[in-house]
Design a protein around this ligand. Structure first.
Ligand code: FES
Ligand SMILES: [Fe+2]
Length: 370
């Protein structure tokens, strides 16, 4: 693999085990991102959207997974179908925006595919004596859901989504995660000038919370004994509890956290999908960290709340997350500038408080250095 690294293979694995971070150049080098696209993003389950976008027969949405355009559609039989969104004619993307149709018609020369991916119409193809439409179906990709989250895997023979999620859904359910109690409310996108791994790593620790997130730290326990970390093969989770002082009358908190959820929890599914549940009224947020360049990440955000939740409270919770997000953006962009200089080839984790980063970096290493 065309990588310039300070340490490779077993040497690097040993250094990760000892608490060192991944080499700084893995966060800057375009060749590393190219390898990640192929070995990570194009062989894992990637979040592409929500089930409410695909509720009726013929509803479809498009997304890009690694470098692969994909389309997911609700078939009239009720199941979701996923396809590579590349026309079998001359490789245009078939659809370029979400919609609802019984056939997917390419915007270039109008080749049309049914929701099983079969080519059902290709204008002027009757003038071609040996044209066999059966040879030009859309290529299928795996699609699966977890609650309102739709995932696609463009890899060959992918393991089931459930294998990646492991115990995470049950553990989150035990702490109040209940997708049936919320409905979709808002979508957003946010660009940050940092490698996607810096963004994931920042999500995976709250060592920085007392220093960098005053509003978050007034609301939730952030000390190491109150902020529990857990991990499985392909997932990790942090759980914390609402600070009792946040419920006192006159408490200086970003929103009123009264409600059925007494805990905050922060789930991560390898490689770049995260779920946040804040304490208080029923709420759910999904963040998808998509690399748009070696040093740029798009954060795709979806928010769900209890359907009857007051708009002002919804706004206050979203604003709370925006404040925390801006604080995080300043941190990760600062890290990126440090990594880009290359002057510190590897950092040193605190493997107690930053254990989940070590877990993540081992998975990155496993994917790239074999
Ligand atoms: S590229 Fe799709 S119809 Fe020509
Ligand atoms: Fe943070």
């Amino acid at each position: 693999m065309p990588m310039t690294t300070t340490a490779t293979g077993d040497v690097l694995r040993d250094s990760l085990d000892a608490g060192s971070t991944l080499p700084a150049d893995w966060y800057v080098d375009p060749a590393v991102l190219g390898a990640e696209r192929e070995r990570i993003f194009e062989s894992t389950w990637q979040y592409v959207g929500r089930t409410d976008q695909l509720s009726r027969p013929g509803d479809y949405l498009n997304a890009t997974v690694g470098s692969v355009p994909v389309v997911v559609a609700r078939h009239p039989d009720g199941d979701l179908r996923g396809f590579v969104n590349i026309c079998r004619h001359r490789c245009a993307e078939v659809v370029t925006a979400p919609g609802r149709r019984s056939v997917l018609q390419c915007h270039y020369h109008a080749w049309s595919y049914d929701l099983d991916g079969r080519l059902v119409s290709a204008p002027r193809s009757d003038r071609e004596p040996d044209f066999d439409p059966a040879r030009f179906s859309l290529l299928p990709v795996a699609v699966d859901t977890w609650e309102p989250f739709v995932f696609v895997n463009v890899g060959r023979e992918p393991s089931p989504l459930g294998d990646y999620l492991g115990e995470l859904p049950a553990l989150m359910g035990r702490d109040g995660f209940d997708a049936a109690s919320v409905t979709f409310r808002q979508h957003g996108e946010w660009k940050v000038a940092a490698n996607w791994k810096v963004v994931v790593e920042n999500f995976d620790e709250c060592y920085h919370c007392p220093v960098a997130h005053p509003s978050f730290s007034r609301l939730m326990e952030v000390d190491p004994d109150g902020y529990r970390l857990e991990e499985g093969a392909w997932w990790s989770r942090a759980v914390t509890s609402l600070r009792p002082s946040a419920l006192r009358p006159g408490a200086k908190v970003a929103y009123s956290p009264a409600g059925p959820l007494g805990r905050g929890q922060f789930g991560f599914v390898w490689p770049n999908f995260t779920i946040v549940q804040n304490p208080g009224p029923p709420n759910l947020m999904a963040f998808w960290f998509v690399p748009t360049g070696p040093e740029e990440t798009e954060v795709v955000m979806d928010y769900w709340f209890a359907p009857d939740l007051d708009d002002d409270l919804v706004r206050a919770i979203i604003d709370f997350n925006v404040v925390v997000g801006r604080e995080d953006q300043a941190l990760v962009e600062s890290v990126q500038r440090g990594l880009r200089s290359g002057r510190v080839p590897q950092g040193r984790l605190l493997v107690d408080s930053e254990r989940l980063i070590q877990h993540f970096q081992r998975l990155v290493h496993q994917a790239l250095a074999t």
